[in-house]
Structures are given as C-alpha cells and as structure tokens.
Design a protein around this ligand. Structure first.
Ligand SMILES: Nc1ncnc2c1ncn2[C@@H]1O[C@H](COP(=O)(O)OP(=O)(O)OP(=O)(O)O)[C@@H](O)[C@H]1O
Ligand SMILES: [Mg+2]
Length: 180
C-alpha cells in the first residue's frame, strides 16, 4: 500500500505535557482523510509537525514514503499544500491576485492553472472581488486554492514532458482531485 502520509508512534511534548502521544496514522494515496478531535486534541500540532514548523519529540513520519529524517524531506514537502488555521491572504487584494502572489512565492514560471484552480474551488465568479468583502467560507475556499497551487506546480513540471495537449489537459485536471 502506498501512503502519502504515515506516522509511527509520533509524540510531541511541551515540557512534561504530551500534546500528541503514540500517533500512528496511514493515509493512502488518493484518499480523503478527516482528522476529528476535541479542542486541544493535537490536530494543529500534527499539521505543524508535518509542515516542518515543529519537531516531533519521539517517533517519526514519512511524506510520500520519505522519512522526516531524510535530507529529501524538503522535496517531499514541495508536493504538499497546507493551510494552518487561517490562510495567509492579503485583504486588499482580489482572490485572483492572491493566488498569483502564491504562484510567485512557490516559483511558478507562469500563471497557467490559476483559472482552473479558481473554478475548482468555486470562486471563479468572485475572482475580482477584494478579500475584505469575502465571507468566511469564501476565504477558506481561497485558502484551499492557495494550498492547491503546489499541485499545479507539480503538474506544471510534469507537463514539460512531450505529451499531446489533450493528454496534458487530462493529466492537469486529474492533479487537482487525486492525491499524488
Ligand atoms: N506552543 C505550545 N506550548 C505549549 N503547549 C502547547 C503549544 N501549542 C499547543 N499546545 C498544547 O497542545 C495541545 C494541542 O494543541 P493543538 O493546537 O494541536 O490542538 P487542536 O487539536 O488543534 O485544537 P483546536 O480544535 O482547538 O484547534 C493543547 O493542549 C495546547 O494547549
Ligand atoms: Mg487546531
């Protein structure tokens, strides 16, 4: 079985307090996985660890089969997108411009794919509206769009191969809905 994320006896301590204790999860390629827990259960702590913002106190994890201790873990993280709590977006900019900024940050060579992502998250009709006029749900949709920009990057890199246009488009669309 191929896992996009696997944790092995993952533990996170803050002093003597255990925020995460012996966590073993296995998320299969292509699946949608919901992490449910009461306030303070450790959900955000887990996501922060996976993103490399915090280190586990014990145990380990793998992203796309690459262990957190490997020097390749940074490359594995380039294949994932994340929103931690609230997305980092600029209130005075439109949805489209926020997404384009993200493209620049992750080093995309063009804005190709922006339209598809905005359509996918249902913001195509609000693309020109400033975020300060967005509802909470709309902001969260934009957060998902920003997280998906990395998938677009992956897809873009793959499209440098010699595929026909229709084949590339097919591959491109698939990239958004399937965990790679
Ligand atoms: N920097 C920190 N220092 C000390 N304790 C922390 C720190 N960050 C989180 N904790 C504690 O770790 C536990 C897990 O916190 P976390 O934010 O991961 O919970 P959560 O599941 O995301 O909760 P919520 O549903 O409220 O978002 C909590 O008890 C919290 O008080
Ligand atoms: Mg949380």
């Amino acid at each position: 079985m191929e896992y996009v994320l696997e944790t092995n006896n993952l533990e996170k301590r803050y002093g003597k307090f255990k925020a995460i204790s012996n966590l073993n999860i296995h998320i299969e390629k292509g699946s949608i996985y919901g992490l449910i827990g009461k306030n303070g259960a450790g959900k955000t702590t887990l996501i922060r660890i996976i993103c490399g913002l915090q280190r586990p106190s014990n145990g380990n994890y793998s992203i796309y089969g690459i262990k957190n201790t490997s020097n390749q873990i940074g490359n594995a993280r380039k294949r994932m997108g994340a929103i931690i709590e609230t997305p980092s977006i600029c209130m005075d900019m439109t949805a489209e411009d926020n997404l384009k900024e993200q493209y620049k940050i992750i080093g995309m060579p063009s804005f190709e794919g922006v339209n598809e992502i905005l359509k996918l998250v249902g913001l195509n009709n609000s693309r020109g509206k400033k975020i300060k006029k967005f509802s909470l749900g709309m902001k969260q949709r934009l957060g998902i769009a920003i997280a998906l920009a990395r998938k677009s990057r992956l897809s873009y890199l793959r499209r440098t191969h010699k595929w026909t246009r229709s084949r590339r488009n097919y591959r491109y669309k698939r990239a958004y809905i399937k965990a790679k």
